[in-house]
Ligand binder design. Sequence first.
Ligand SMILES: [Zn+2]
Length: 341
Amino acid sequence: MQTEEPSLRIAPAGRGDRDALAALLVETVAHNGSVGFMHPLPLEEARAFWAGALEAAERGERVVLCAWRGGQLLGTGSLALVQAPSQPHRAELTKVMTATAARGLGVGAALVRALEQAARERGRRLITLDASLVEGASGFYRRLGYHVAGDIPEYAYKPLGGLGATRVFWKLLDAREPPAAAADPATDERFMRHALALAERAEQEYDEVPVGAVLVSPDGEVVGAGWNRNIRDHDPSAHAEIVAMRQGGARLGNHRLVGCTLYVTLEPCAMCAMAMVHARIARVVYAATDPKTGAAGSVFDLLADPRHNHRVAVTGGVLAAEAGTRLTNYFRRKRGKPPLT
Ligand SMILES: [Zn+2]
């Protein structure tokens, strides 16, 4: 007999789910998950919290979703529908928890997407949230299209003690998505391979930091290409992206590169990100993230800053492992260390 693996089911929580939700909350707090409570959290307190939350859901002030597999609760997430009359369009994403045994199965992402859909259905377009900085939640929300508003130090005590910082995120649900034709993953990968080949050239032929960039016109034609030339050209501004955009501008006879997509093997820095905004680049696709100077969300989030009158759509992580290993090995070689494979 064949047994079928039960699939993930996401459904609104009812009163009957209170005890399962309480057990998940106690477990999350015991594992130092920042969800507003201190460890040890008595089961009775957890039950009381969910009783209140489920009543708020019945009044239409909150949405509580549960992720189930078979009869097992794998995760939960809530949406607080902001009640201020001036913010009928905002909802706060909160109490997103995944059972320890269900980590890495995509439960959290599925819950967030379902909560976004619930927000849309209730006319809420702006989602805000805060996430503790020490839990790696930052990358999770960024992959789901959330922008970083900023960090607040000493925001809340961790369940097991010690003050922790928090990162505040936002997402506009009706924000324009990149054009579907340009977001085809196979096309992205093909142009990223081209950029990676340029990065390799930068290192092999010129001993420059291996970063490559390719500028593609709205018709899918390569109109600019470049790699880092700082050392060779004695030019602090000669990053791969700048070199590719200069070439593209000359080729197109225009300082505006409207509708163009820029592929680059490393998350752009602030200088390059601002040049992309000035050039009206439609979209940037990058490979490896740069936790030290990245300006597409890692350190700064310039490409999506609502204060600019032009915003650049961003796709990160295309062939990231390959680009990241190349960069790591370049710097290892400079320090006389053997390469990682
Ligand atoms: Zn740069």
